[in-house]
Design a protein around this ligand. Structure first.
Ligand code: FAD
Length: 379
């Protein structure tokens, strides 16, 4: 029988991968530290936005993002069936809203980009916008609708994945961190792990590091130099009557309505290392922009301010695949779109591990791209 696959990290990426590996008949063990502060999955808004997030600097990501969105309904159906828990997947689409002339110019620019890439968006005047979302500010001057941008509730999806994995016999090792590698003749022979101050070696021949913004930090092992860093994001959770049906985005803020009446307002984007404090300034800015878009938001209860670390690599593309060390895989660096990218990342990497054959779709995301980048000599 094949050795179990050990996965370090129980965010959406590690858990989705564990789920897909189990679906292929593999045994999995998942390592989860006690302290989950800063876990991006617990903060994320859950927008599944391959169109809105399409970006000229990262065009390789667009096919993976569209593929992942296509996989979402089936992925969620399988997780729900295996766990008996809902995941909060919704497909009403996203409305981009301009509140003034500058916004309108910015949205025109985005629309042109989408048109050129064949990504579908439908232009709306102010009246049509307000017909779809009566709570929008009378100041809204127009916008567009993106039917293909959906949403899921990342906290609900994570709980459902944990339940599904547990029911199918995954080993969930909590209070345990991966801290280094044990190698023998260039191949993986074990993972060094820490339970608080106590250290041990876990013998294993297949490991996936899926520990988000912590990938490579405080780790004793020759990993490719992906330069993963945390990009802090602050998000507000408001509670009260349901005000919106669609995800609403302006160039300043996004509003993501949940079925239970909660409204997610996000997000800041800050280079502060692993500083997990929230700030008055970010909360003020988010509320100001949210209330400008939907005035009744002022009446909602401010239930929670949460902080998460987006995992960003040097080139802002994910790292998914095998490393030069036999048996060691990385799955991380999903930056702003890890919730969206989870089903495709997980299914493609699970196939690569299980079948020992990597799909061409993963080529742009190979961890090995960071191994061969010596600078040319300068005179
Ligand atoms: C404010 C904000 C809003 C976002 N909104 C969206 C959105 O709308 N849509 C979208 O698609 N994406 C969004 N993202 C991005 C998305 O959340 C991330 O890309 C995704 O959650 C990354 O998942 P992950 O599992 O790699 O990392 P994480 O969710 O951070 O999980 C990493 C896990 O690894 C654990 N860990 C750390 N060190 C170790 C170790 N040494 N050993 C074992 N485990 C370890 C951590 O405790 C953590 O549980 C958002 C992110 C933020 C911060």
């Amino acid at each position: 029988m094949k050795d179990q696959v050990v996965i370090a990290g129980a965010g959406i990426i590690g858990l989705a991968l564990a789920f897909e590996l189990q679906e292929r008949g593999e045994r999995v063990k998942i390592l989860m530290p006690e302290d989950e502060a800063g876990t991006a999955t617990l903060t994320a808004a859950g927008m599944l936005a391959p169109v809105s997030e399409a970006d000229v600097e990262h065009l390789h990501l667009v096919p993976l993002a569209l593929d992942s969105l296509t996989r979402y309904p089936d992925f969620v159906a399988r997780v729900q069936a295996a766990s008996g828990r809902p995941c909060g997947y919704r497909s009403e689409g996203t409305l981009w809203v301009a509140l003034h002339r500058d916004h309108r110019a910015e949205l025109e620019h985005l629309l042109t980009f989408m048109d050129h890439r064949g990504l579908s968006a439908e232009r709306l005047d102010a009246r049509s916008l307000r017909r779809l979302e009566p709570g929008l500010s009378p100041r809204a001057v127009g916008g567009y609708r993106i039917p293909a941008d959906h949403q899921v509730d990342p906290r609900a999806l994570r709980l459902a994945l944990l339940e599904a994995l547990d029911r199918r016999g995954a080993e969930l090792e909590s209070g345990c961190r991966a801290v280094g590698l044990e190698l023998r003749a260039g191949a993986l022979a074990g993972l060094r792990v820490a339970y608080g101050e106590r250290r041990e070696v876990l013998p294993c021949t297949r490991v996936v590091l899926a520990n988000g913004a912590w990938l490579g930090h405080d780790f004793d092992g020759a990993l490719p130099d992906c330069g993963v860093r945390p990009v802090r994001g602050q998000v507000l959770r408001l509670a009260g009557p349901v005000l919106l049906q669609h995800v609403i985005r302006t160039p300043d803020v996004y509003l993501v309505p949940r079925a239970d009446g909660r409204l997610i307002v996000g997000a800041s984007s800050e280079e502060r290392g692993f500083d997990g404090r929230n700030s008055a300034g970010a909360t003020h800015d988010l509320l100001r922009h949210a209330i400008a878009a939907v005035p009744e938001i002022a009446e909602l209860e401010l239930e929670e301010i949460s902080v998460g670390f987006r995992p960003a690599t040097r080139d802002h593309l994910p790292v998914i695949g095998a490393t030069a060390i036999r048996g060691l895989f990385l799955c991380g660096g999903h930056f702003r779109n890890g919730v969206l990218l989870a089903p495709a990342s997980a299914a493609l990497l699970a196939d690569a591990i299980h079948l020992e054959r990597t799909d061409a779709a993963l080529a742009p995301f190979s961890p090995r791209r960071f191994e061969i980048q010596a600078c040319p000599n300068r005179n």
